[in-house]
Write a protein that binds this ligand. Structure first.
Ligand SMILES: [Zn+2]
Length: 572
């Protein structure tokens, strides 16, 4: 490192004091005297902001609700409801409140909305004949006061148990910001736990599943950690580090994410990670932040302390050479990991490294495939397969590998090995596969699937099947000619449904997935909810269904336009 780099590294950090009078890393200041907690319960966490989740950094603070639903949810400050959203998965039912101080609060997995909000959602659902809705509410339509109850907590959408998902966002950019930086703190006097560290031997090569790494066990407690049995780490060439760490607080036994990880070399910070704020379109960069090949192979979440060149998420307020380390001397250097939770509790791990300068050139990997550049458009094609990766979808240069594999019964093409599952894609890429000529008129039923049976969809395009894929892997063409299944759970022909609150059925599809469903009673559209967790489709009877005989019909269509229908008379 030269002097300028050291200076830049030191200057980019703003260290501010938080409510616990301990220092944490922040790039912005946030007001602490506006917002109240959204629940009346003592604040306890099921999940922290920025913690590592599958394919995303957690975008909010999850408040526990005693494993129950139905707790009143309060507006955290004056404002107006700006958005009402219902999804099968995601936040389920969610309310967005925009505040005059420049922030938006978001409340997810809700069970029930206050009547004036619920009416807007229900009217919109019937008007658009859709359970899933995303409603932009006019500023003067639904004002709320600080403390007002506008909803009740639930477990809707992609939620693993009852809790309130809560976010504070920049109202203009919609970047999500750590709520605990606004004074909504969680009682925490316990420093983070450090599990292990890793040394990655990079030597100028792109990071991949082939990167060799060494593992060092760590021992310690109460904020002070050391390496077991390894006084000095010897290496040569360019390296990067990785660490496993988590945090508990005084309110629950849950293991949550840490707030910041800083790596210092001889007292100079070369890498800082801090979950202060980020944009939603960058959240998949979690797969560039962690050792993704290790995560896919073992499920372990190692947080790398070097920033891949194509990783653009704003959780790295400072680094020198993006955390890649290369000593040119023969000396012993002292490295320090400083790991903090958002309350400022700190754990320190110190260790020594000794580098040996290498006389011979770096051990550059031999290219066995096609070199893809992370910051360019990449294309690959032959007479059977085409693919296009737009810039921004790779985090590092890639030695792309391609092969053909034996066919499978039922397939309408060979299997194509499109690199491998250990390299993540930020968003997507376009893949074309030419189907066998024997596919004939079934071409309109063709989809591209991976060998695990996951359909990526498919449209016919000039002799090829085209799909937008979200991961690399082994792909081939299959056909879907089978309609979705419909399995009634409580309704049957001529049945008296007087004692039932709902009509319930299970629906699903064999391959391409469900595109739409439509339920009707006596020819009129009814609002049917599809539950993400149980896959149960249900209609809750309302006063519009009078006593007497009725006819229920349900039509379900899959993504290849195969249609299934269920009809039943019933008595109310
Ligand atoms: Zn959450």
């Amino acid at each position: 490192m030269n002097t300028l780099q050291k200076l830049i590294g030191a200057l980019l950090l703003i260290i501010v004091s938080n409510a616990n009078a301990q220092d944490i890393v922040q790039t912005h200041q946030y007001p602490k005297d506006f917002f109240q907690y959204p629940l009346d319960l003592p604040p306890t966490t099921a999940g922290t902001f920025g913690e590592l989740r599958s394919n995303h950094f957690h975008s909010g603070l999850d408040f526990k609700t005693n494993q129950r639903t139905g707790y009143p949810v309060h507006a955290v400050y004056d404002g107006y409801v700006s958005r009402l959203r219902v999804q099968f998965g995601g936040f389920g039912s969610a309310v967005y409140i925009t505040h005059p101080n420049g922030y938006t609060s978001v409340y997810g997995h809700l069970e029930k909305l206050a009547p004036r909000l619920a009416k807007i959602v229900r009217d919109y659902q019937y008007q658009h004949q859709s359970f899933e809705v995303d409603i932009a509410v006019q500023p003067l339509q639904l004002p709320v006061c600080k403390g007002e109850v506008f909803a009740w907590s639930g477990n809707a959408g992609a939620s693993a148990g009852p809790h309130l998902h809560f976010e504070l966002r920049d109202a203009i950019t919609q970047e999500t910001i750590n709520p605990q930086l606004f004074g909504l703190t969680i009682n925490d006097k316990i420093p983070p736990t450090i599990g292990a560290i890793y040394v990655y031997h990079l030597n100028g090569n792109p990071f991949s599943e082939k990167t060799t790494k060494d593992y060092y066990r760590v021992a310690g407690s109460n904020g002070s950690y050391h390496l077991i049995n390894t006084p000095i780490i010897n290496f040569s060439g360019e390296i990067g580090f990785g660490i496993t760490a988590n945090d508990v607080n005084n309110t629950s036994a849950n293991r949550n994410g840490v707030y910041s990880i800083q790596l210092k070399v001889d007292g100079i910070s070369v890498y800082t990670f801090a979950v202060e704020r980020f944009a939603f379109d960058q959240t998949h960069a979690i797969n560039a932040h962690i050792d993704y090949p290790a995560f896919i192979a073992t499920g372990h979440e190692i947080q790398k302390s070097f920033i891949l060149p194509g990783n653009k998420i704003t959780v790295y307020p400072q680094s020198v050479n993006r955390g890649f380390i290369n000593f040119n001397d023969n000396g012993v250097h002292e490295l320090t990991y400083v790991v903090k939770d958002v309350a400022g509790n700190t754990s320190i791990l110190k260790f020594k490294v000794k580098s040996t300068p290498t006389a011979q050139p770096l051990d550059i990997e031999k290219n066995t495939g096609t070199l893809f550049k992370y910051d360019q458009k990449n294309e690959f094609s032959n007479s059977h397969v085409k693919l296009i990766i737009q810039p921004g979808n790779l985090y590092d240069n890639l030695n792309f590998t391609y092969a053909t594999l034996p066919r499978r019964p039922g397939g309408y093409s060979m299997i194509y090995h499109i690199h491998n599952k250990y390299t993540p894609i930020h968003d997507s890429y376009e893949l074309w596969i030419k189907p066998d000529s024997t596919i004939g008129p079934l071409i309109n039923k063709a989809v591209i699937t991976n060998t695990a049976g996951v359909s990526e969809g498919g449209v016919y395009d000039n002799g090829f099947i085209n799909a937008t894929c979200h991961s690399f892997g082994d792909f081939y063409v299959r056909i879907d000619t089978v309609g979705p299944y419909i399995q009634p759970l409580n309704i049957a022909e001529g049945k008296t449904m007087h004692a039932f609150k709902k009509i319930a059925l299970k629906i699903g599809d064999n391959l391409s997935g469900i595109k739409s469903y439509n339920g009707k009673i006596d020819g009129k559209w009814i609002l049917m909810e599809w539950d993400y967790k149980t896959k149960v489709l249900s209609y809750t009877f309302d006063e519009s269904i009078k006593p007497g005989k009725h006819i229920f019909t349900l039509v379900v269509i899959d993504n290849k336009n195969n249609l299934s229908q269920f009809t039943s008379n019933f008595y109310r």
